[in-house]
Design a protein around this ligand. Structure first.
Ligand code: PLP
Ligand code: COI
Length: 356
């Protein structure tokens, strides 16, 4: 698939590059950044001329509303390089559309799709050498928008900045992931902003996750805010549960992010002949399945983590282990999705977009 957009972008190339200082074989997640970023300001009621500029700090007034009222949204995407150095994006329009769903909910201006897509494609052309090819590493793309408009009045800002920054990255998780099923805190509520990628959603997760870490877990499994009886998400990932040979996940809602990896996995699983079910899942059903041996796999799915197997979970001071299987759905589906993303297989779903 190719997408063609044209909007003028002002490009200011960096005179230096940091690329030779980066050890591409030992990358953390999101700790080193490529040489350039895409920037577009919104003021006087319209988006200004987009720019690609050297990666640099941002200077803001202390009264900028991002600092006070948290108008801040973001996306998470990746670029992939195949053996011939062709660069691809995966379902990028879904990210563009979701960014604008988030913008609307946070009373922020929507970014024109052409500005976003064209800006990203031009940025990737400039940063092509930064895109790693090695297995397990990726070129993580972080589009984000925040309120630059000033004032202490609790109302939407009149100015915003949209930036796309990129980080060649290693895996999001290293080692086994054990999760704690949350019974007290909530990540989102009906009518809230859980379905949006609002910065504040993540800030609200840090404290409960910190408490879980103190107990030896890496992530929290979020449950519904009303009863804490239903499973919702796994940290910043959608959750998948394999009971016997059926792959289950929960329906998206006001409270749950409509993950692009989640819907891709559902489509791939169906094409592979794996039975799938999208329905509400009670914590008690998970416990029962673990106790009667029908619980085979648990994994989180998201752009950053791809598919992250969960080795065990805690609930009410009791630990439950997942069985160690040889052939897991998680491994199979991860291979299928990354093969599509990196152009190692055909793309029957038409998800891959060639950039350069
Ligand atoms: N759920 C939350 C809360 C997330 O932050 C993410 C990450 O983007 C996901 C799920 C997975 O979404 P996607 O697959 O679109 O990256
Ligand atoms: C992603 O998976 O891209 C996300 O945005 C999650 C983030 C917390 C790393």
């Amino acid at each position: 698939m190719t997408i063609n957009y044209s909007e003028d972008i002002h490009i200011e190339k960096s005179e230096t590059t940091n690329i030779s200082n980066v050890d591409f074989n030992n990358l953390d997640f999101g700790r080193v950044f490529s040489d350039h970023m895409f920037v577009c300001d919104y003021k006087d009621g319209k988006w200004q001329t987009p720019k690609i500029v050297p990666f640099q700090p941002i200077s803001l007034e202390p009264s900028a509303k991002i600092f006070h009222y948290g108008q801040s949204i973001f996306e998470g995407m990746k670029a992939y390089k195949d053996a011939e150095d062709n660069v691809f994006l995966f379902r990028p329009m879904d990210n563009v559309k979701r960014m604008n769903i988030s913008a609307k909910r946070l009373a922020m201006p929507e970014i024109p799709e052409a500005y976003f897509m064209n800006g990203l494609e031009e940025l990737l052309k400039v940063e092509k050498n930064w895109i790693p090819k090695a297995d397990g590493s990726s070129f993580y793309i972080r589009p984000f928008m925040f309120a630059t408009g000033e004032g202490f009045h609790a109302s939407p800002a009149d100015a915003y900045r949209f930036i796309i920054a990129c980080a060649p990255s290693g895996p999001y998780f290293s080692g086994k992931v054990k999760v704690l099923i949350e019974e007290q805190y909530s990540r989102s509520a009906n009518g809230g902003v859980g379905f949006a990628k609002a910065g504040g959603n993540y800030a609200g997760q840090f404290y409960p996750t910190q408490l879980a870490k103190e107990k030896g877990y890496q992530q929290v499994i979020w449950t519904d805010d009303n009863t804490h009886e239903y499973i919702e998400e796994a940290g910043a990932m959608n959750i998948f549960i394999r009971i016997n040979d059926t792959l289950l996940t929960v329906p998206t809602s006001d409270r749950i992010l409509d993950g692009i990896t989640r819907k891709s996995i559902l489509a791939i699983a169906e094409a592979e002949g794996i039975a799938t079910e999208v329905r509400k899942i009670k914590v008690s059903e998970l416990i029962e399945a673990s106790e009667n041996g029908s619980l085979k796999e648990l994994f989180g799915a998201g752009t950053a983590a791809v598919i992250s197997p969960i080795s065990g979970f805690g609930f009410k001071d009791k630990d439950y282990e997942l069985p160690v299987l040889e052939n897991t759905y998680g491994t199979l589906l991860k291979k299928r999705i990354t093969d599509i993303q990196t152009n190692q297989t055909s793309d029957p779903f038409n998800w891959r977009v060639k950039v350069c």
